[in-house]
Design a protein around this ligand. Sequence first.
Ligand SMILES: Cc1cc2nc3c(=O)[nH]c(=O)nc-3n(C[C@H](O)[C@H](O)[C@H](O)COP(=O)(O)OP(=O)(O)OC[C@H]3O[C@@H](n4cnc5c(N)ncnc54)[C@H](O)[C@@H]3O)c2cc1C
Length: 466
Amino acid sequence: MTYDLIVIGSGPGGYVAAIRAAQLGMKTALVEKYPTLGGTCLNVGCIPSKALLDSSEHFHNAAHAFKDHGIELKDLKVNLAQMVSRKETVVKQNVDGIQYLMKKNKIDVHQGVGSFVNKNTVKITTGEGQSSEIEGKYIIIATGSKPATLPFIKLDKERIITSTEALNLKDIPKHLVVIGGGVIGLELGSVFARLGSKISVVEYMDSLIPTMDKTMGKELQKSLKKLGFEFYLNHKVTAVENTGDKVALKAENKKGEELNLEGDYVLVSIGRVPYTEGLNAEAAGVKINERGQVEVNEKLQTSTPNIYAIGDVVKGAMLAHKAEDEGTFVAETIAGQKPHINYLLIPGVVYTWPEVASVGYTEEQLKEKGTAYKTGKFPFIASGRARASGDTDGLVKVLADQNTDEILGVHMIGPRTADMIAEAVVAMEYRASAEDISRMSHAHPTYTEAFKEACMAASENRAIHI
Ligand SMILES: Cc1cc2nc3c(=O)[nH]c(=O)nc-3n(C[C@H](O)[C@H](O)[C@H](O)COP(=O)(O)OP(=O)(O)OC[C@H]3O[C@@H](n4cnc5c(N)ncnc54)[C@H](O)[C@@H]3O)c2cc1C
């Protein structure tokens, strides 16, 4: 079979690239080693984690918030098996949806591991060991990532687990120890904290979600402590051992003092690493760098010009929407268009409660760049909408250029900020000033008023409700 384009990997990068290429008239093939499409995001990432976050949030609210609203329940209990089964139904609906989209766009799906024979030929090997070859004028590598670990930790997937196993636990741990205070650890920690687990987070850095604006990590830590999280920041894990029905973890702080924790499970969530195993990239002359990423130029083209790479397997944020945007970018580039991605304006979100969402520069980055900036903040405690729903934790922080008032960064922690951040992205894409947003009508009462108020505070220190 000969194609205009072969895409290896069916995650949000790969399937979006395939659909966009088909829309642009290319004869396209998609190669996926697993029986279901959608990659990490749909099968063991974004979608299942959000399904469990939503279910556990319902339970937590029923147990802790409903009474205040005048709703009293008796004999409330968690049916974890049903919660996990619902999550699987949600995943199935999503992955089946991708299969449907492949048919609709007349994309050939080849199931099996794709490996390069040369720069135009991909061999597909099925689980049963049968192989076939397809030819492509262009090829996109979208093979994603896998969980990272530490050299001395053996991920046994029973007691010492990654996010993939955490999404399918059969029991609610009494004590879950989480290594890593980043997005995935805090989201999955939240799921089990809401269901009653004690959560201990051991983090090497001095703050949570350390790549985001420092205010966000501090505020999130306060909220998660209320949920029962314990934090051990500035701690380096030195040993993790499965002792049968428990796991023992040792760590030490900056002073060399030892910390010993014993949990039912240890969730290793210290990040993810690019995945290129079995790809045989050398056969096509595709360079992999020392970090394991496929090396690409600004057009996402590899060292072999007809081969491109996108998503988690290349540099940049490991986010589904970044992978999707790159998929579209490469398909359009191959079709001769001149697309553009503004990497500064790819938002980052943490789906804890309160949610954290961020776009543009952090305050720390502006300081480092020497940019003169002004700050406007608005706390949700002062928002009528947040008081009505009872979600008053958090704030919106807007960073604007001291001289031009252009918005340079927006950092939000609070209710539904994952959705609210879209307004900040639009504003920044159109290079809005803080005053522009201050003068636009925001429906009352909505959480979005907090963004408007923070812009008013940044632009002229004239927030109304604080
Ligand atoms: C628990 C968790 C929660 C997350 N939540 C979010 C979130 O809320 N929002 C967000 O933006 N991101 C989230 N992410 C990150 C997101 O899942 C990734 O950024 C995204 O999936 C990357 O997409 P991708 O297309 O690059 O790769 P992937 O989704 O990893 O897909 C790669 C695909 O390639 C296939 N493959 C690999 N090698 C081969 C080969 N040789 N032949 C054939 N097939 C191959 C793999 O089987 C896989 O299906 C989360 C991740 C995890 C683990």
